[in-house]
Design a protein around this ligand. Structure first.
Ligand SMILES: [Fe+2]
Length: 249
């Protein structure tokens, strides 16, 4: 499996607090069958997580990779960020002030939960016009999308990848998020599923439960598409695969 969204990089956001915790998270991921994991710290949240692609970030990431190797944890680490969508996001991407996913033109982005969908569209389209392809983190958690699921259909048909959190269809974020997650899966709108892990135990890097859920509910092909094929395509910069999306109208 490939996990595209994790907060494993230590001491930089609200995820792992130190290197020991990061190693525990990587160990749990590898044990549950994750072969490739992308570190995606919160970035570009002014005053909260002022993280950008600078020397400090590079040193931190290299330190994590060295420690992983020293600990002998068999997992391939890739670089990324969970980039908060501010109006200057297209510039940040063009000027390489933020990391895309594994250096491709795909980037992982998040919105405020109560954002105006028109604002989201505007930023996404501007990024696209600069040659970047959005992967939208946990759409099922956004209030504006819970209220209007057709937005997810329109994003999907616009070519944007929707990344579901593993805990959402399992009910870990409450019944509204769970119901939205299931609707998005049932309508063929999800490109990939990732952990969005913040800690070793709660909201963890363990992928066994979601793997079983997807296999039992949607079958082996769906499981493979969402946890392996599409994430691999994203990390290579290739086009996403999917089933025919079903609108909500
Ligand atoms: Fe996240």
């Amino acid at each position: 499996m490939i996990d595209l969204h994790t907060h494993v990089l230590p001491g930089i956001d609200d995820g792992s607090t130190d290197m020991d915790m990061s190693m525990e998270m990587l160990f749990i991921a590898a044990e549950s069958g994750v072969e490739t994991l992308v570190t995606t710290p919160h970035c570009n949240i002014p005053g909260e997580f002022d993280n950008y692609a600078d020397k400090e970030m590079e040193l931190l990431w290299n330190g994590l990779e060295q420690e992983r190797e020293r600990a002998g944890i068999p997992i391939r680490l890739c670089r990324g960020m969970e980039i908060f969508a501010t109006p200057d996001l297209p510039e940040l991407l063009s000027e390489e002030r933020v990391w895309t996913l594994n250096g491709t033109n795909y980037f992982l982005t998040e919105f405020a939960f109560d954002e105006d969908p028109e604002y989201c569209w505007r930023i996404l389209e501007e990024c696209e016009s600069q040659g970047f392809r959005p992967i939208i983190a946990h759409p099922e958690r956004y209030f504006f999308l819970q209220d209007d699921l057709q937005i997810a259909y329109e994003w999907c048909t616009a070519g944007y990848g929707l990344q579901l959190n593993k805990g959402s269809p399992l009910g870990r974020f409450g019944p509204e998020v769970q119901q939205t997650a299931i609707e998005l899966l049932n309508h063929g709108l999800i490109a990939c599923v990732a952990s969005d892990a913040h800690y070793p135990h709660r909201r963890s890097t363990y992928m066994g439960e979601i793997r079983r859920f997807l296999e039992e509910t949607y079958g082996e092909d769906c499981l493979y598409l969402l946890l392996e094929e599409n994430p691999a395509r994203i990390l290579r910069g290739d086009n996403l695969l999917g089933v025919e999306p079903i609108p909500f109208l």
